[in-house]
Design a protein around this ligand. Structure first.
Ligand SMILES: [Zn+2]
Length: 271
């Protein structure tokens, strides 16, 4: 934590109860007192593009204007990426292409132009983006690890899509869904200890959950309750039995980085 550097792992489509049961490595950090854990209530609609932006701006979809998955527009509000970049901090992402559309002006997204970016004028300076929702989660973690070792970013987003993809195909209470969550836990167990050793604080969270029929978007616990873990950081200030607000993630990241929290981020940070 000494340098205020953050890795945020966004496990797309991970419901809170499944995280508790199947992220054994993360739950082990909590049990050992090396991480804090809370349940977050996500924004609405409980869909990805809207909530990628809620996680990074601290605004609800009705406020930031990215009100659905097919609303393709660039960010118009202060975000973790914009604030960190403006402060001269190095930003990076191994993430789905929608992040390039939101923060790097990559509209329309063209893989030939936008898939690999190393550009100090972009809000995401070092971007490695993908379009295939069935990309192996390990490939995304390996890209992230490469970015850590070569670029030493101050803020790194790691965004695998496999849990969401498997949930849509088989349902959020299926063996396949749980296996994919367990696979991501295995990947976390390989990468997180090294990131902590390098002085990163590591957040693991999700955009939205997944119901038994492979659906999300609405307002009920299977799709709106997601986990939030913080390892290598200070204690969380929200009482353990209180559901926190997903809009708290962005100001939490900026506070951990030692950066000012813009006034658009009105929900108090979790640290
Ligand atoms: Zn989905």
């Amino acid at each position: 934590m000494t340098e205020g550097k953050i890795v945020l792992v966004l496990l797309d489509g991970l419901r809170d109860d499944t995280a508790r049961l199947h992220l054994g490595f993360m739950e082990g950090l909590v049990a050992a007192g090396q991480a804090g854990r809370r349940t977050l209530r996500c924004g609405l609609p409980s869909v990805s593009r809207s909530l990628y932006h809620t996680i990074h701006t601290g605004l609800a979809p009705a406020e930031h204007g990215i009100t659905g998955n097919t609303v393709v527009a660039p960010s118009r509000h202060p975000s973790v990426f914009s604030e960190a970049a403006a402060a001269g901090r190095v930003t990076a992402a191994a993430a789905f292409a929608w992040f390039a559309e939101l923060y790097n002006g990559a509209i329309p997204y063209d893989p030939a132009d936008h898939r690999e970016v190393d550009d100090g004028d972009r809000a995401i300076r070092h971007g490695r983006f993908y379009l295939d929702c069935d990309i192996p989660d390990g490939e995304v973690f390996h890209q992230a690890e490469m970015l850590v070792r070569r670029r030493a970013p101050d803020y790194l987003l790691v965004h695998p899509m496999g849990i969401d993809h498997t949930g849509h195909a088989h349902g959020g209470e299926s063996r396949q869904y749980r296996d994919r969550v367990g696979g991501c836990d295995e990947l976390l167990s390989h990468h997180v200890p090294g990131w902590l050793d390098r002085g990163y604080a590591v957040i693991v969270t999700s955009d939205h959950g997944m119901d038994a029929e492979g659906r999300h978007g609405g307002d009920y616990p299977a799709v709106t309750r997601v986990p939030f873990y913080l390892a290598g950081g200070p204690p969380l200030v929200v009482p353990p039995d209180v559901e926190a607000d997903q809009r708290a993630v962005a100001p939490t990241v900026l506070r951990l980085m030692g950066l000012p929290v813009p006034e658009t981020m009105r929900v108090p940070p979790l640290v």
